[in-house]
Design a protein around this ligand. Sequence first.
Ligand code: PLP
Length: 390
Amino acid sequence: MRPYFLEEYGNASSVHAFGQRARAAVEEARAEVARLINADPAEIVFTSGGTEGDNTAVLGVVEAAETPGGAKYVVTTAIEHPAVLYAARALEERGVRVTYIGVDAGGVVDPEEIAGAIQPDTVLVSVMYANNEIGTLQPIHEIGRLARERGIAFHTDAVQAMGKVEIDVRELGVDLLTMSAHKICGPKGVGALYIRKGTRLRPLLHGGHHERDRRPGTENVPGIVGLGAAARLAHQHLADDAARVGALRDRLESGLVKAVPLVHVNGDRAHRLPTTANLRFAHVDGEALVIALDLAGLACSTGAACSSGSLEPSHVLAAMGLPREQARSSVRFSLGRSTTDADIEFALEVIPRVIERLRAISPRYQSQKGFTAENAGNAEKTAEVYRRAR
Ligand code: PLP
């Protein structure tokens, strides 16, 4: 990215040589992003990130759609990222009907429910590829097939899935797919939207003729170059990363389940990204745990980073049927290409210690059968007490 900040700072839309060198870099990045999902480069539109991609897809398809009586209907899910959920709410305010399909206890959508919700005036189905809080993969192939059979536009938010699982848009049957650079080690504030050729879409922004009239505005050349490089690396390392990181994540989970009493893994363990672990620790406040772990040098989060600070428990865990208290005691750990064995060892050493400390000051935990002040400082004894209590 650095040369495109300092030396090659031409505007990619200018005709002079300076501009054309920037244009070449943008087109190279477009080809890299297209390769990652098996798209045609002409189907890739650069955006300012996942939020813009989701809004463009959801609002843009619905606004461009025409139905016989003018009524429009959208089917999405209750576990979408706020960038889709609130775009759908904005449509509701404009008179569009929207159904938010629920998920099972593992956080997975049933394609049959999507099929059952579709009505004659359905203009869009939007279902995320992988959930950002629990990592569950959704049955995108099946949903794509049923949307295609009915001639309905299908959007998937693949911000979490891109570069972590194989994505082939030709095979998937999606019409629009959202991506964001910072989820694959790229820069923040840049992303891309795949728009299948022939998809009707009204642009979100009004302005110049950039990005084939689908997204006006001078291109963020350094950001786009960074996204292209990140996409190339993700493509090269995908299979190795998935296997290695998945094994680390499994080690983290099984290590915690073994070392800490009353721990549960949230989400369907068979259909998940390799990079996400969402765990709930009974009688521990998730926010307190995040802060205590941060002080110990371990970064994790409750819910989505963009919703942190909110007092409401995660809408995703609520949709899975978790009571408020369980949702509030849940924490998400994210792993990636740079995560090492030593990181997992460190986490397995720090987390049980911090949990034990927090539980020692939790009145709910202490009032559990057999728990006394004397054994408050001893993880082994605590575990024993809980084994008996269970
Ligand atoms: N969609 C999902 C699933 C996400 O996880 C995120 C970001 O966390 C977004 C959309 C928004 O992307 P961005 O932060 O690039 O706007």
